[in-house]
Design a protein around this ligand. Structure first.
Ligand SMILES: [Zn+2]
Ligand SMILES: [Zn+2]
Ligand SMILES: [Zn+2]
Length: 480
């Protein structure tokens, strides 16, 4: 059942008790109701309703007050984060006051429920932070949760992560870019944790392994040092019929500290018999099930964040500080993020963790004097569209595309590299209408070669254009 009823405060309340495709229904346009009231008494069903009808992701319910039955109080888990109150009577003084407070505050700060459907993670994050501002919840505090992806999570973000609204990598990029722009501020450091380099989950198992064969069936044993003859060997070599007897001079040991001591422990591998002083630490991710060397884990700081007053203003404003391409194209990343990504991929490649070629495409425009022109959003937009599965960035008057051409068993990467070149050619051809008279658009691509020590040079070269582009197109009247 779904109906709209006026409460005593003359607010129109949408009442519903079962899942309903509200956003798609022509019968209930956004302007017909001010408040949502879910009257179902089952926590499970109420959660199902909230997955689509909620004040964050629903286009018709955005920022509107939302109540659920009082019988559900304490039973809604993280869904509690998007519920304004638990009630049975829409006309109680308390409920009416709360409704007025929310609606008046939203009007005051200029938030209205006319939002477009969410198409990207960034749009989702903006919507969620707008909701948090509307509820004056401007402190974002991570909490430890045993079942959460990254261990520490901000409960309201985690709720939507579980509903599939974003990827973890997008989340970290968002938090970082909001902080860099001064829209969020870290107010308190909580902890530094190490995440899986593949899927960014925190639930990893630490494993000690044999440095020779890599197996984890290892045991420790104490080493005994016999002072009299200076013999040093594992304890089991001293064991003779329950007595400790030196294997070298055959004397029975007396008192620890007096004629012998135990200076260290030694590891023995049960698989290959190797003995060693220090085992090799490895990490097994319980989420993606891949194994990594422990040094490869990604360090991640968790902080308590506050949405700054500047942040409140620009997040609410319709032309939020983000340029059009970063808001609409999830594959656009800041240049320093691209660089750290390339560095990480290069290290993975050289340590043999990924097979294949690492490529970076570069696109730039030269003016009539052969000087590079500044970056144009239209070019970035095109590149984002032509390379939806690649990371795109821009700096140094150059637009970049990163790509890893994977090598599969028995194949080489030639074909992938040719495809990459063809796509770059098509992209610059498509950008022709953007050119002004006398201008020329060019591309080239770089392929990472060498070893660990050449990574820095590769990254440095990214800042420069090539005097001999792989392809270029000049301004042509017919195209403009
Ligand atoms: Zn071994
Ligand atoms: Zn001895
Ligand atoms: Zn993983």
């Amino acid at each position: 059942m779904i109906t709209i009823q006026n409460n005593d405060g003359d607010r129109r309340v949408l009442l519903l008790d079962s899942p309903f495709a509200l956003d798609e229904s022509p019968d209930f346009p956004e302007y017909l109701f001010d408040v949502i009231f879910i009257t179902n008494n089952s926590p499970k069903e109420a959660k199902a309703i909230l997955s689509s009808i909620n004040p964050v992701t629903s286009t018709k319910c955005c920022y509107k007050p939302l109540f659920v039955s009082s019988s559900l109080k304490g039973k809604m888990g993280n869904h509690d984060e998007i519920i304004d109150g638990y009630a049975d009577d829409m006309n109680s003084m308390e409920v009416m006051t709360q409704i007025e407070n929310i609606i008046n505050y939203n009007t005051l700060i200029g938030l209205s429920a006319t939002e477009d459907p969410i198409l990207s993670s960034n749009q989702f994050f903006i919507r969620l932070t707008r909701y948090l501002i509307s509820r004056k919840k401007t402190i974002l505090e991570p909490r430890l949760e045993v079942s959460a992806s990254t261990g520490y999570v901000i409960p309201v973000f985690d709720l939507f992560y579980r509903l599939g609204h974003y990827e973890l990598s997008d989340y970290f990029v968002f938090m970082q870019s909001m902080t860099e722009k001064g829209l969020f501020r870290a107010t308190k450091f909580v902890n530094k944790v190490y995440l899986c380099p593949n899927c960014l989950h925190s639930h990893v198992l630490h494993i000690q392994t044999c440095p020779k064969c890599g197996q984890s069936s290892i045991q420790t044993e104490e080493v005994i040092h016999h002072f009299r003859c200076a013999n040093v060997s594992p304890e089991h070599t001293y064991n003779f019929g329950g007595q400790l007897r030196c294997p070298k001079c055959h004397k029975v040991l007396q008192h620890i500290g007096l004629d012998y001591d135990r200076p260290s422990i030694i590891y023995t591998c049960n698989t290959c018999g190797n003995t060693f002083i220090e085992p090799k630490s490895k990490t097994l991710c319980t989420s993606c099930k891949k194994t990594f060397n422990s040094e490869e884990l990604i360090p991640q700081d968790f902080n308590i964040y506050e949405i700054t007053s500047e942040g409140k203003q620009s997040i609410i404003s319709p032309n939020i500080g983000f340029t059009i391409y970063t808001e609409f194209y999830d594959n656009y990343i800041e240049y320093n993020r691209l660089i750290s990504r390339i560095r990480l991929l290069a290290e993975q490649k050289f340590s043999g963790n990924i097979q294949g070629d690492l490529l970076v495409g570069k696109i730039w425009i030269l003016d009539a004097d052969g000087i590079t022109t500044s970056i144009r959003p239209e070019v970035i937009e095109l590149v984002c569209q032509y390379f939806p599965n690649n990371k795109v960035s821009a700096a140094n008057n150059i637009t970049y595309v990163g790509s890893v051409i994977r090598e599969y068993k028995g194949t080489d990467t030639e074909e992938g590299i040719i495809n990459f070149q063809v796509m770059l050619s098509e992209t610059i051809r498509a950008a022709l209408p953007i050119l002004n008279p006398g201008e020329k658009i060019c591309y080239t691509y770089m392929k990472l070669q060498g070893n660990q020590s050449t990574i820095d040079d590769f990254i440095k070269d990214m800042g420069f254009i090539s005097p001999t582009p792989d392809d270029s197109f000049e301004y042509n009247e017919k195209n403009s």
